[in-house]
Design a binder for this molecule. Structure first.
Ligand code: C5P
Length: 224
């Protein structure tokens, strides 16, 4: 049997990570957090003081990106070159940097194969969460979802997530960052954030994420 691919796209804070993690666990699928991959590139660029628009140096850097994901307890940890960078990649600075490097076509093209390879490693199925999974990375995905929620709800979720991870921030700052990233992500020329035509749109503003997970799981099982 071939690997069943689930695409989950949507803006920051719509609940993608939470929902993806739960779905992966319930279905026994692997989980590819593609935002974390862009964040790793941003972290490397920042550490090496590479300007976020230096395509030549970013291109060279891409050849050195070695990422793997590992579920540890309740968490999906991210390893870059063997080092656990799960905390480092969530800082506000790296969030902004990720949004910038992800606008470079050289970066998007360079990460395409990596995302596909990580997903297809699973013999059963994979959940990919990101911005352009259903439109670019896996246009033939077996199930596509576009997760949305109103901006205030999303900012509050992100704020609480950061708080739980021990990252200090304020709700206002999170909302401001989010508004800027949403704008950049939707406005960029390459692979802008938008729902695939055949994606199922889910608005989680007034639904508990557990309910969202159940309806998504039912939809996936129907298609398996
Ligand atoms: O999902 P997350 O907030 O971790 O993503 C960080 C940034 O990476 C996003 O703001 C977006 O600019 C970029 N990204 C992307 N395409 C994806 C996933 C993330 O451009 N598939």
């Amino acid at each position: 049997p071939r690997c069943f691919i689930v695409a989950i796209d949507g803006p920051a804070g719509a609940g993608k990570s939470t929902v993806s993690k739960l779905l992966a666990r319930r279905l026994g699928f692997s989980l590819v957090d593609t935002g974390a991959i862009y964040r790793c590139v941003a972290l490397m660029a920042t550490d090496e003081r590479i300007p976020y628009d230096d395509d030549a140096r970013l291109g060279e850097l891409l050849g050195r990106v070695h990422i793997h994901f590992q579920v540890v307890g309740e968490e999906n940890r991210v390893f870059l070159g063997g080092k656990d960078v799960s905390g480092d990649i969530r800082s506000p600075e790296i969030s902004m940097a990720a949004s910038q490097v992800s606008g470079r076509p050289v970066v998007r093209a360079g990460l395409l194969q990596l995302q596909r390879r990580l997903a297809l490693e699973s013999s059963k199925g994979s959940i990919l969460e990101g911005r352009d999974i259903g439109t670019v990375v896996f246009p033939d995905a077996d199930a596509k979802f576009f997760l949305e929620a109103n901006p205030e709800v999303r900012a509050r979720r992100r704020f609480e997530e950061l708080f739980q991870k021990g990252v200090e921030s304020s709700l206002d700052d999170v909302l401001a960052d989010q508004t800027k990233r949403d704008k950049d992500d939707s406005a960029r020329a390459v692979a802008p954030l938008k729902a695939a035509e055949d994606a199922i749109r889910v608005d989680s503003s007034s639904l508990p994420l557990s309910e969202v997970v159940h309806s998504m799981e039912a939809e996936i099982l129907r298609r398996m």
